[in-house]
Design a protein around this ligand. Structure first.
Ligand code: GLC
Ligand code: MG
Length: 251
């Protein structure tokens, strides 16, 4: 068996079924030890909220940690500094202050907690009812100011405004290139809107867990190929099912 690059979202993907998580942890850490497989977490959480999760759930130490919806990459999650190389890519023409000023015109956008406001991520809560009207308006307003941005709406509640080159998929592509791993030897797992970028960047093997949100299911229905797998089982159980489907865990 050869090494592969394992990339997973955390909330409601890796985390959500404690029994299956333990089983998956065991399989992955064995594979890492025997074959040099790399483990990457790609989460919407800030480093602060990631550390909080590590006190609640038994998470393996990843080989790299992607936080804040792909806008920060940590090679050592116990240190506070994220990859300056990746930050350099994102900072091109990114003007955080102007993005915040423009978004302030929409009262339906409720700012998320301070810990989730990051150098390359501006985050709000937004109801699905308001989203239908506000998202197109906000998009035109940001475009009219010629700002560099990307809107990511997840779970019918979270709106992230990111630099155009910042998302989970592009962060993983950066890691793949750095480590020289082929897309075919990479597997990405997710459950919601901010994971669509993981599945759509290239020909990575994709596992959509059985409990995936409607926005990701809809995307999957419209973009089915043999390298994307919709699991029956939920969370880590769905990941194990998908890894078996693609033959990554054979002994
Ligand atoms: C996580 C982050 C939040 C973000 C959401 C969706 O919950 O903490 O800031 O909006 O993921 O990407
Ligand atoms: Mg999730």
């Amino acid at each position: 068996m050869t090494a592969f690059l394992f990339v997973t979202d955390l909330d409601n993907t890796l985390v959500g079924d404690d029994t299956a998580l333990k089983e998956l942890n065991q399989k992955l850490s064995q594979h890492r030890q025997d074959h040099g497989t790399k483990i990457v977490y790609a989460t919407g959480r800030s480093l602060f909220l990631y550390r909080q999760l590590t006190t609640e759930k038994p998470l393996l130490t990843p080989d790299a940690l992607v936080t804040a919806v792909g806008t920060e990459i940590y090679f050592n999650p116990s240190e506070d500094n994220f990859s300056p190389e990746w930050a350099q890519v994102l900072s091109e023409k990114w003007n955080r202050e102007q993005v915040v000023a423009c978004a302030a015109n929409y009262s339906d956008l409720v700012p998320q907690p301070h810990s989730e406001q990051r150098p390359f991520k501006v985050s709000y809560y937004l109801t699905p009812q308001a989203a239908t009207e506000v998202l197109p308006q906000l998009e035109s307003a940001l475009q009219a100011k010629d700002l560099n941005f990307k809107l990511v709406y997840s779970g019918d509640k979270d709106l992230d405004i990111l630099p155009i080159k910042g998302d989970k998929g592009l962060a993983v592509q950066f890691l793949r290139q750095k480590w020289g791993v082929d897309a075919k030897q990479t597997v990405v797992c997710g459950d919601s809107g901010n994971d669509i970028a993981l599945f759509s960047v290239g020909e990575e093997r994709g596992i959509i867990v059985g409990n995936a949100r409607p926005e990701l299911r809809q995307w999957y229905q419209a973009n089915q190929t043999d390298y994307r797998y919709l699991a029956q089982a939920q969370c880590s159980g769905g990941i194990i099912e998908g890894l078996n489907h693609f033959g990554f865990l054979k002994n």
